[in-house]
Design a protein around this ligand. Structure first.
Ligand SMILES: *Cc1c(COP(=O)(O)O)cnc(C)c1O
Length: 398
């Protein structure tokens, strides 16, 4: 017999009422700096049943993803794969595999991402030096060389697309300087890869990561990374183990069959759903062709820039050459409450416009022109919502 004492003390929770009503996911147009919308093809792929993490079909898809990533990174690196995490995981995995306690990393800082990388590098026990510029202003090769010569870093960390400001850091010549002083170049391309020309091998970039959910248009949670032969050598010659097992490329590379070994080794259970989605996102990119994808992003961003200029709005990035084609950032006009504009677009059009981030909070709007949303139609709808929102914000102040 069950004692009454036991049953009196036992908890008999009711099922949560919220879970007894159906799931509701509204359709929104995501034109902040990420995530962006996925194509119908990617969404349909993710409806498929789960497969095991070592089933031959999944392994074949992982090989296809690897080939697709080599194409989009423009690299021959064999250590190219996708980790089971969002972009932050890519940042942590890249820093964590390359850096050891006590080593120096030179981090370019001109928005929030350099700071985030510094936070991670410090946790690893690395010594951080900054190459700092004003938000929205790129560093020059001379400034870089001065800093590299002074600090002789093990690695230099650069953000290609500083999404907190909308700035593109030119990368030609950067790898050469870093290598001349014996360092490795790590580049964050989370907000640019696929939408801006990028050549890992030709530009001498040793370590790159990107995001699956921005230009590539897959789901967040499966982040592409690639390591050059020099980076791979550094990882295998470390004095200490990679501090986090989950990011350890010496084991993860075996799961992704990167090291020409006959069998794959279980490292963790990859999300089959995310594999399907990323595979299809890369297939769409391969069908369109990188050059066409870059051109589509450039055309969409330029169309938007023209409309914004005509409205008298000012760009946040002073040098037109450093304005990203994936994120257009404009100053918030005097007397406009940015939150009213953003809320208006969401309420009336289910359209997401980004506000500022880090040093740009309250100063700019950030408009993501990424993936399937990099089209004339999206740009026109976005512009309509923004224009109307600005009028509404000015009126509601009267
Ligand atoms: C979005 C973004 C990240 C972080 O990616 P998550 O997927 O949100 O973790 C990192 N770097 C840059 C430049 C980004 O734009």
């Amino acid at each position: 017999m069950i004692s009454s004492c036991w049953s009196r003390n036992a908890v008999h929770p009711e099922p949560p009422k919220s879970l007894l009503s159906p799931l509701v996911v509204p359709e929104k147009t995501l034109m902040a700096p990420g995530p962006s919308n996925s194509s119908t093809r990617v969404l349909n792929a993710m409806k498929n049943q789960i497969l095991g993490h070592l089933h031959p079909e999944i392994c074949e898809m992982m090989d296809e993803i690897k080939a697709g990533l080599q194409y989009v990174f423009q690299t021959k690196n064999r250590l190219t794969l996708a980790i089971s995490a969002s972009g932050h995981g890519g940042m942590e995995a890249c820093l964590g595999n390359i850096l050891e306690k006590g080593e120096t990393v030179l981090i370019s800082k001109c928005g929030i991402w350099g700071e985030r990388a510094a936070n991670m590098a410090t946790r690893i026990g690395a010594h951080v030096e900054f190459l700092e510029t004003e938000p929205g202003v790129a560093f020059t090769l001379d400034q870089l060389e001065l800093a590299v010569r002074k600090h002789r870093p093990t690695a230099v960390f650069v953000v290609h697309a500083e999404s907190s400001t909308g700035m593109k850091q030119p990368l030609q010549g950067v790898g050469e300087i870093v290598h001349r002083y014996g360092g490795l170049l790590i580049v964050d391309t989370v907000a640019s890869l696929g939408g801006e020309p990028f050549y890992a091998d030709a530009w001498g970039v040793d370590v790159v990561y990107t995001g699956s959910q921005k230009v590539l248009g897959a789901s967040p949670g499966i982040t592409p990374v690639t390591f050059s032969p020099a980076a791979e050598k550094k990882i295998f010659e470390r004095r200490t183990q990679v501090p986090v097992y989950y990011w350890d490329m010496t084991i993860l590379g075996d799961y992704w069959s990167c090291f020409d070994k006959p069998t794959r080794v279980y490292h963790h259970t990859i999300s089959a759903t995310l594999v399907y989605g990323l595979r299809e996102a890369l297939a769409q990119l391969a069908e369109e062709g990188l050059r066409n994808t870059w051109a589509r992003h450039a055309a969409a961003a330029e169309r938007l820039e023209k409309k914004l200029s005509a409205l008298g709005l000012e760009f946040f990035i002073p040098n037109p050459e450093n304005r990203l084609k994936t994120i257009v950032s404009i100053k918030i006009p005097d007397g406009v409450d940015w939150k009213v504009v953003v809320d208006h677009a969401m309420k009336k059009y289910r359209m997401e416009i980004g506000g500022g981030l880090g040093p740009t909070v309250g100063k700019i709007f950030r408009i993501g022109v990424m993936g399937v949303n990099a089209s004339a139609d999206h740009v026109d709808r976005l512009f309509g919502a923004l224009d109307e929102g600005l009028r509404y914000a000015r009126r509601s102040k009267l």
